[in-house]
Design a protein around this ligand. Structure first.
Ligand code: GLU
Length: 611
């Protein structure tokens, strides 16, 4: 099985002991808000994100009297400035919100949408009828979906926030004007997306030196274009994008990509999006998914994300096993197999439920899960695991239907978690899909456009196959984003989420079992080495897991197979995910937790620090 050499010096994750052994303690309390830290404890509200400036924006808004929704929008818009290759107003995302006084969990779907001109053949080469190579499909106008982020922010603030949209955008405007320091993570992302940024005149101008090179480490990047875009949105509201000048410029960019002559020779296709598509866009309020696991209420994101259903099904499957009292290798074997089976169902049944009939009730039914958990015995299931039959009365153990499908989602996005003093909670994952998205910056506007439409399956339908995730007019591609909120007796227990494409699902699932079953604190559960099984021949493992005795036991005893994570996009960063979360410690105390090491570590802050 493939295995790469681990570079020296950056493998700090290796100091985190394995899940089965001890976890090196991370800081447990914050005493200052002046530097980036992965864990903070205190009262009055909390924010956790991938970035210090962004988390500070959230805290500033909470201090001004905003609630968790205002804070989440402040953090997300600031991440559009400081993490432009990962997120921003050109993307989309999913927000799960717990409304404290209403005792309700709601979600807002801000997923990007395909043009009314999309067909299932969107990513087929008209000359050959064959799927386009992924990298060509991605760097094209075809991959750009109608951005949902701004509509989602505005809807969230309007319905559930306390401040105005303009107040929530103010911190991001300040950071865009003042600028921020290019750190190692930004520089690595820029290096990894260099061919994309060099291929478009507008991206070159915004993100590279005049000679087309990456910005030097430690330099300051100001983005007055994005500051002005946010100011325009603050002044005119989201209609400035969906029915106005900004929308016209987005459609123009998609239809006529600003290709830099002579660069890299990608065949960059024109896109289909029109201003009519933009004015048709709606951020949709949807009912969350819900399962109970070990007495906790777990809320997640419904389709078009597959996150809530797939995690919910896996948890239902795992309910059959006493993970907490089992040997760790056995429990992890069951985790891998539950994930494998849930992914088989995800591929077969989940797409945009406004377009395809997703058997949501069956997939989340504990009775259905019993027809899946009975398959998990003492040896890894053969590849590929087949989907089950989630239509009542379900049939016997492992009754199967359908075929296994795979995906090629990017792995770079971000997750924001916020809580306010009233107990409102936001768990919010958003993205522009691949690192640097489609590679195209809207000229003079300061942000990149997504390539989210490549989350659709490319292969053409045949008379004998069914695929719930093919492009269609106005359809939203299936996502893996898994913003999650867990309640105990109706109160927040913890909230969590992560980037990572389809590994988001396994990352969130593994954090859940680390915390709920294995008794790790939330920071420990987030820090622990990860392993991801998505109905593939081998499970992908972070180096610290791959090099552990646990991996060898899982191979020897249970026939599991592993591949070491090689850092596909950023070869030096062999991580899976970049999670954030917040734990309710009781008596008004909150513990915010971000990644301690992965991708340079995230930023956890509280309004009033103190243990
Ligand atoms: N496009 C992916 C999804 O919707 C997320 C990409 C990422 O995590 O970078 O699930």
């Amino acid at each position: 099985m493939p295995r790469t050499t681990r570079p020296l010096g950056i493998g700090a994750i290796t100091i985190l002991a394995l899940a089965s052994v001890a976890i090196t303690p991370v800081a447990t309390a914050a005493t200052t808000t002046e530097h980036k830290q992965p864990v903070a404890v205190g009262t009055g509200g909390a924010v956790a994100s991938a970035d210090f400036d962004a988390s500070k924006a959230g805290i500033a808004v909470l201090k001004e009297g905003g609630n968790a929704v205002d804070a989440a929008v402040a953090v997300a818009s600031t991440l559009g400035v400081t993490e432009p290759f990962v997120a921003g107003p050109g993307g989309g995302g999913f927000m799960v919100i717990r409304l404290a006084s209403a005792h309700r969990v709601v979600t807002i779907d801000g997923r990007e949408m395909c043009s009314a001109r999309c067909t299932p053949q969107l990513f087929l080469d008209p000359k050959t009828g064959q799927p386009l190579p992924f990298e060509n499909a991605r760097r094209s106008g075809l991959s750009v979906g109608v951005p949902g982020m701004v509509a989602q922010w505005a809807k969230a603030v309007h319905r559930y926030g306390k401040l105005s949209f303009a107040q929530d955008l103010a911190p991001a405007i300040r950071v865009a004007e003042r600028g921020f320091t290019i750190d190692r993570n930004f520089r690595q992302q820029e290096l990894a997306s260099l061919p994309d940024l060099q291929s478009f005149t507008s991206s070159r101008k915004l993100f590279l030196t005049p000679s087309g090179n990456p910005l030097p480490l430690g330099s300051t990047l100001r983005n007055p274009d994005l500051a002005q875009t946010y100011r325009d949105l603050a002044a005119h509201g989201p209609s400035y994008l969906y029915d106005g000048q900004l929308g016209a410029e987005i459609a123009q960019t998609v239809q006529h990509p600003p290709v830099a002559p002579g660069y890299h020779g990608f065949y960059i296709r024109h896109g289909l999006m029109t201003t009519k598509d933009l004015s048709n866009y709606v951020a949709k309020v949807r009912t969350p998914t819900h399962v109970t696991y070990r007495g906790l209420d777990v809320y997640g994101m419904a389709p078009p994300s597959s996150g809530g259903i797939t995690i919910g099904e896996a948890l239902n499957i795992l309910s059959a096993f006493p993970l907490a009292s089992e040997a760790r290798a056995k429990a992890l074997f069951q985790y891998l197999e539950a994930s494998r089976l849930a992914f088989a169902d995800r591929g077969a049944y989940i797409g945009d439920a406004d377009y395809v009939a997703v058997p949501r009730q069956g997939l989340l039914d504990p009775a259905y899960a019993r027809t899946r958990s009975c398959l998990i015995k003492d040896h890894a299931l053969p590849y590929p695991a087949l989907p089950g039959n989630p239509y009542p009365p379900y049939g016997g153990c492992g009754a199967t239907a359908g075929r296994a499908l795979s995906d090629h989602e990017g792995t770079n996005t971000n997750h924001i978690t916020t809580v306010d003093r009233a107990g409102n909670v936001v768990s919010y994952t958003n993205t522009i899909e691949q690192l640097a998205g489609s590679g195209m910056t809207v000229p003079g506007r300061g942000f990149l456009l997504n390539n989210e439409m490549t989350d659709f399956d490319f292969a053409p339908p045949t008379p004998t196959t069914y695929d719930p995730n093919l492009p269609a007019p106005g359809k939203r591609p299936r996502s893996s984003m898994s913003p999650t909120i867990v309640l105990k007796n109706g109160q927040l227990d913890f909230a969590v989420g992560s980037p990572g494409g389809s590994t988001i699902i396994t990352t969130v699932l593994q954090i859940l079992i680390n915390h709920v079953d294995f008794g790790m604190s939330l920071p420990q559960a987030i820090a622990a080495p990860r392993v991801s099984q998505r109905n593939t021949p081998t499970s992908v493992a972070e180096p610290a897991f791959y090099n552990s005795s646990l991996r060898r036991t899982l191979e020897r005893k249970y026939g599991e197979m592993f591949t070491e994570e090689t850092g596909a996009v950023l070869p030096l960063d062999k991580w899976i995910g970049n999670a954030t979360g917040i734990q309710n410690l009781g008596n008004g105390r909150l513990q915010a937790a971000a990644e301690p090491v992965r991708l340079g570590g995230g930023s956890a802050l509280v309004v009033n620090p103190g243990s």
